[in-house]
Design a protein around this ligand. Structure first.
Ligand SMILES: Nc1ncnc2c1ncn2[C@@H]1O[C@H](COP(=O)(O)OP(=O)(O)OP(=O)(O)O)[C@@H](O)[C@H]1O
Length: 258
């Protein structure tokens, strides 16, 4: 099970948004995708998921060009949690989570099987949502919707899970629960994150983007240095090593003029 990007480029209106990125995602690991607003995180995630076609280079899944693999095969093994998901407001929470099972059905229109229901309910429990199964999507809070989207992705039983800022809308307890879950799962996870301390605490591997380019890649202690944080975010930080051996950041100044 391997996911790799080789010299991947995506441009729009002549402007490179993702610019010659080569990465190998650690199988079974938790990879954090970092970078300031507009640095290309969502675009890279969409390229890795096969939702965008590279203008140059290739994304390889088990050595095969993602572009050439049947879409349904990719949908069966890769789950994506996008930043904003629009869902039919009339659906219940269980209906939404069952959408994650569609790639596994023989016929798209087939009804949910017992196996589908078991996977959906297990995913709901893992996201602390078992009590909300019958609630309408339209009545949920932002954080509850976010957790339902994650449950939908887990119900898909993917081997690769790609998430775009999944901690958005979540209170600190739910952020920690989610990151615990992502760190513990044997699934290969790539997640865009803004909180550098949480990324340092939970991720095995970090990718730091700046203006569409990969500035640093490796374990948190290697990627999050005072130099890289200042260069990429234009913020001064004091970085110490916590008892667990991971970097811990204290921000000293809001912004350094370019
Ligand atoms: N389809 C598009 N057309 C024009 N510009 C685009 C398109 N998609 C992305 N961009 C631009 O590319 C840049 C990178 O966008 P992207 O959403 O990948 O950044 P990001 O790192 O995920 O940002 P954020 O942290 O704000 O979510 C932004 O300047 C964005 O406006």
């Amino acid at each position: 099970m391997s996911l790799r990007a080789h010299d991947v480029t995506w441009t729009t209106q002549g402007r490179p948004i993702v610019d010659g990125i080569t990465v190998e995602i650690t199988p079974g690991g938790l990879t954090g995708l970092l970078g300031p607003n507009g640095s290309g995180k969502s675009t890279l995630l969409r390229l890795l998921a096969g939702l965008l076609r590279p203008r140059g280079g290739a994304v390889l899944l088990d050595g095969h060009d993602l572009d050439r693999l049947p879409r349904r095969d990719v949908a069966r093994r890769m789950a994506v949690v996008a930043q904003e998901v629009s869902t039919d407001a009339e659906l219940t929470v269980l209906d939404v989570v069952l959408l994650g099972r569609i790639p596994h059905r023989r016929r798209l229109a087939a009804a949910a099987s017992k196996t589908d229901l078991a996977h959906a309910r297990r995913a709901l429990r893992r996201c602390g949502l078992a009590d909300l199964e019958h609630r309408r999507w339209s009545t949920l809070s932002g954080g509850e919707r976010q957790r339902v989207n994650i449950a939908r992705a887990l119900a898909q039983e993917p081997s690769e899970l790609l998430l775009d800022e999944p901690t958005n809308h979540l209170d600190i307890a739910h952020q920690l629960t989610l990151l615990d879950l992502l760190a513990a799962t044997p699934v290969t996870v790539v997640t865009a994150l803004h909180d550098l301390n949480l990324a340092a605490q939970y991720c095995d591997h970090l990718l730091l983007l700046h203006e569409g380019r990969l500035i640093a890649a490796g374990p948190p202690g290697q990627v999050l240095t005072e130099e890289t944080v200042e260069r990429v975010y234009r913020v001064r930080a004091e970085i110490t090593t916590s008892a667990t051996g991971r970097p811990s950041l204290r921000f000293l100044s809001s912004s350094i003029p370019a």
